[in-house]
Design a protein around this ligand. Structure first.
Ligand code: NAD
Length: 252
């Protein structure tokens, strides 16, 4: 019960990595506010964890008013905020000439600006508690680039360096901020790519461990970063990618 008495907000918590993290935070004692756009899945998750220590709130993470309301819910329902998992995200496939300006802006808004909005609203609440832990979902795609994934590559690289900025600005306030960078994970966000003929096999071949991650394998690292076991760890970006970003690409 590493998180007894703690309150966590998990964005994108209705599905995939966020849901896996919300389940484990709750199982280890935290009160959890799940934030998402998908009300059907979000409400189902809150029902599943429904013992008075979980609420769902409809939230567009790119909207400042929604983020402010989300943190207010954490305070009103559970007395404050100790942990923020900034995890909601989207992708957009296109190389630069074909990438619509509005698609670029949408990806930057949801994948990068929303992380700033989450931190901006959460840090004052964490100060009231004497500290806190923020974990941001970046990506292996923020550490190197993919073909035709320019906006996502830019946004996730931004998350990694923004994580460092928050870490150093708030280190003396006992507020830690770290990032996780998953490689391919079996979740709905990547399902469309997986359905393209042969793509799944190419990925499995390229990941040194030879397979996708399960969402729970990312959540395990998120929980470590959010816990007191990581008390001297801040500003880090931890690849959780089966060795993907450790590899030069040299054929075996
Ligand atoms: P997912 O699709 O299962 O979950 C993403 C969740 O974010 C969904 O529930 C979706 O409704 C929510 N969401 C999207 N836009 C939102 C918005 N504007 N406001 C609130 N919620 C919103 O996918 P996932 O793989 O669990 O993705 C979680 C994070 O992991 C994302 O940031 C993604 O970029 C990142 N990631 C995923 C992979 C992968 O292979 N699955 C790899 C690296 C990084």
């Amino acid at each position: 019960m590493r998180f007894s008495g703690k309150t966590a907000v998990v964005t994108g918590g209705a599905s995939g990595i966020g849901l896996a993290a919300a389940r484990r935070l709750h199982a280890e004692g935290a009160a959890v506010v799940i934030a998402d756009l998908n009300d059907g899945l979000g409400e189902a998750a809150a029902r599943e964890l429904g013992d008075g220590r979980c609420v769902y709130q409809h939230t567009d993470v790119s909207a400042w008013e929604d983020i402010q309301a989300l943190m207010q819910t954490a305070k009103e329902a559970f007395g404050g905020l100790d942990i923020l998992f900034n995890n909601a995200g989207i992708g957009s496939f296109a190389a630069t000439p074909d990438l619509a300006v509005e698609d670029w802006r949408r990806v930057i808004d949801i994948d990068l600006t929303a992380v700033f909005l989450g931190c901006k609203a959460a840090i004052p609440l964490m100060r009231e508690r004497g500290g806190g832990a923020i974990v941001n979902t970046a990506s292996a795609s923020g550490m190197a680039a993919d073909f035709s994934f320019a906006a996502y590559n830019a946004a996730k690289a931004g998350v990694i360096n923004y994580t460092r900025a928050v870490a150093i600005d708030h280190a003396r306030e006992n507020i830690r901020c770290n990032a996780v960078s998953p490689g391919p994970v079996d979740t709905p966000i990547i399902a469309g790519v997986n359905q393209m003929p042969g793509v799944r096999e190419i990925w499995d071949e390229r990941v040194p461990m030879g397979r996708f991650a399960r969402p729970e394998e990312i959540a395990a690292v998120v929980l470590f970063l959010a816990s007191d076991e990581a008390s001297y760890l801040t500003g880090a970006n931890i690849p959780v990618d089966g060795g993907l970003t450790a590899h030069t690409g040299q054929p075996n």
